[in-house]
Design a binder for this molecule. Structure first.
Ligand code: HEC
Ligand code: HEC
Ligand code: HEC
Ligand code: HEC
Ligand code: HEC
Ligand SMILES: [Ca+2]
Ligand SMILES: [Ca+2]
Ligand SMILES: [Ca+2]
Length: 378
């Protein structure tokens, strides 16, 4: 479908929806409701409406050109409606392949079935209930894997011997809900004998996906009748998204670089240390082939051919994939990717990803030589 006619269709549909939402409204408020055209404009500018994104075009060349049921829940509106049962099929499962170029439109989130949705089941198998209007968000942003997949792949195997032809395990992309839920969701690789923080509830007024994110623009909400940003009420230096990365509440030097920095920078520092630990560990086990991670190129896990501790573009090629994971390295790499592929982790649950990375560094330390001395575990 042409982009223009697609948006026209959305506009006509949106008008009808307004009446319907108006009659059935889930959360009636005193504040004047945003007009449907305002809502539609906001939505059009969001990633959910980006009909050109790889996310909605990845299967175009397949025969037949459709999104397989296992991917359709999050990669098409038709698949999401199938998942919630809005298409008359069973709820909680996807029966049919999804449509290509079918981004997250109004009818994904606005159906009786979606409005009634009040829980989410994470890939770990853990169910969280009472999730209200954030349920849809959490369903698509809950990720595709969990620490349990890593546990299964490593169970009973010697920690420091290559498993053999083992690719990196990740939990997919933008899994904000999985990170935010912390150990309540159980999606990180949690080491035995350690305890982990649960859901990061943040502060009153910004406790859920939909109180913090405008569900249509996806940006942070703009409080009504106020000149301040949603964040500024509590973080006085934050006037817009440029400053999110400067917020520092905990005032702890987690990464041990001698400076108390923002949560964002502490996480960045911990990431660098964990990458160092993983590459030095890999050089000291098996045949010494060095591992490195490169987030921009699938499958992200590569051989560091010149052993300089980083993967450059020339090394990030599919044939140069690293598949010599030992159980210990596979666990650490999972936690690393869990953090890297959720760029908002510093807002959604910084402490959880710091704990996971700290424990990964510690687990590798005897062989990697990178220790936790000077680091602080939240
Ligand atoms: C049907 C699945 C689905 C649902 C439901 C969903 N999302 Fe998304 N979301 C996606 C996909 C897919 C992307 C990536 C879009 C792209 O690549 O253009 C995305 C992107 C985003 C982004 C990144 C910013 C942007 O503009 O791309 C944010 C923030 C976001 N979603 C928040 C939310 C919130 C909040 C909700 C609930 C109100 C929600 N999502 C519900 C699938 C979903
Ligand atoms: C639980 C929801 C969910 C499921 C299930 C899911 N994805 Fe995704 N996927 C997402 C979200 C959210 C994004 C958006 C991330 C972004 O824009 O970077 C995404 C992005 C992608 C991308 C684009 C990555 C990029 O770098 O732009 C590809 C390719 C992809 N997924 C493949 C798959 C495949 C293949 C399956 C099925 C085996 C699948 N996904 C199942 C949620 C999901
Ligand atoms: C990713 C999910 C999502 C998508 C896509 C989405 N909405 Fe919404 N919408 C919500 C949620 C959640 C609310 C609940 C109201 C709130 O929390 O502000 C809402 C509220 C509304 C309301 C009530 C307005 C109000 O101020 O309470 C209308 C009307 C509406 N949406 C129309 C639309 C239209 C039209 C589209 C498509 C252009 C659309 N929505 C796309 C999630 C979504
Ligand atoms: C109602 C007050 C309030 C609002 C609104 C608010 N925050 Fe916070 N924020 C806090 C408090 C309190 C903490 C510390 C919570 C804790 O550690 O338990 C915090 C922690 C954080 C952290 C982690 C920092 C650290 O060092 O632990 C980040 C990042 C953050 N907020 C960003 C934001 C952004 C971005 C917004 C706007 C979208 C926002 N906050 C809105 C009160 C608020
Ligand atoms: C305290 C406010 C707040 C809450 C609560 C919150 N987010 Fe976010 N989220 C943000 C901000 C701010 C960004 C932008 C981060 C940036 O640009 O660095 C963001 C980024 C994102 C992104 C974009 C890429 C990524 O994964 O980092 C997605 C998707 C997302 N949030 C989904 C969710 C979902 C789903 C929930 C509920 C489980 C949620 N958010 C809860 C404030 C919040
Ligand atoms: Ca179904
Ligand atoms: Ca520091
Ligand atoms: Ca290199």
């Amino acid at each position: 479908m042409k982009k223009k006619s697609f948006f026209l269709l959305i506009a006509v549909f949106a008008a009808a929806l307004l009446v319907w939402v108006g009659c059935t409204t889930m959360q009636a408020t005193d504040t004047a409701k945003a007009s449907v055209s305002e809502i539609t404009t906001k939505w059009e500018g969001s990633g959910h409406a980006d009909i050109t994104s790889e996310t909605f075009n990845h299967w175009n060349e397949d025969d037949p050109a459709e999104v397989p049921p296992v991917c359709a829940k999050c990669h098409s509106t038709s698949g999401f409606r199938d998942f919630v049962g809005a298409d008359g099929s069973a709820a909680g499962s996807v029966e049919m392949a999804g449509k290509i170029q079918d981004p997250v439109n109004c009818t994904a989130c606005h159906s009786t079935a979606t409005h009634e949705l009040d829980s989410v089941t994470f890939p770990s198998g853990t169910e969280i209930t009472g999730t209200g209007s954030s349920s849809a968000c959490m369903t698509c942003h809950g990720g595709m894997g969990s620490g349990q997949d890593v546990a299964k792949a490593t169970e009973g195997k010697p920690e420091d011997e290559p498993i053999g032809d083992q690719a990196i395990i990740g939990n997919h992309y933008f899994a904000a809900a999985a990170v935010r839920a912390g150990s309540d969701g159980g999606n990180g690789y949690e080491y035995e004998g350690k305890t982990y923080v649960g859901t990061f509830t943040h502060a009153p007024g910004v406790e859920t996906c939909t109180t913090c994110h405008d569900p249509h623009s996806l940006h942070a909400r703009e409080p009504e009748n106020s000149d301040t940003s949603l964040c500024q009420t509590c973080h006085s230096n934050v006037t817009g998204y440029q400053e999110y990365k400067t917020v520092s509440m905990s005032k702890v030097d987690y990464d041990g670089d001698g400076a108390v920095e923002s949560m964002y920078d502490e996480i960045e520092g911990m990431k660098v240390l964990l990458h160092q630990a993983m590459s030095q560990y890999s050089a000291n086990v098996g045949d010494g082939t060095m591992f490195g991670f490169y987030g921009d190129v699938y499958p992200y896990s590569f051989i560091d051919t010149n052993k300089d501790g980083q993967i450059t573009e020339d090394e990030a090629t599919f044939p140069n994939q690293y598949k010599l994971f030992t159980p210990r390295l596979l666990k650490a790499a999972y936690n690393y990717m869990f953090t890297v592929k959720e760029p908002g982790a510093y807002i959604h649950n910084g402490q959880y990803v710091l704990q996971l990375m700290y424990d990964s560094i510690e687990d590798l330390s005897a062989i990697s030589g990178v220790t936790t001395t000077g680091l602080t575990r939240p």
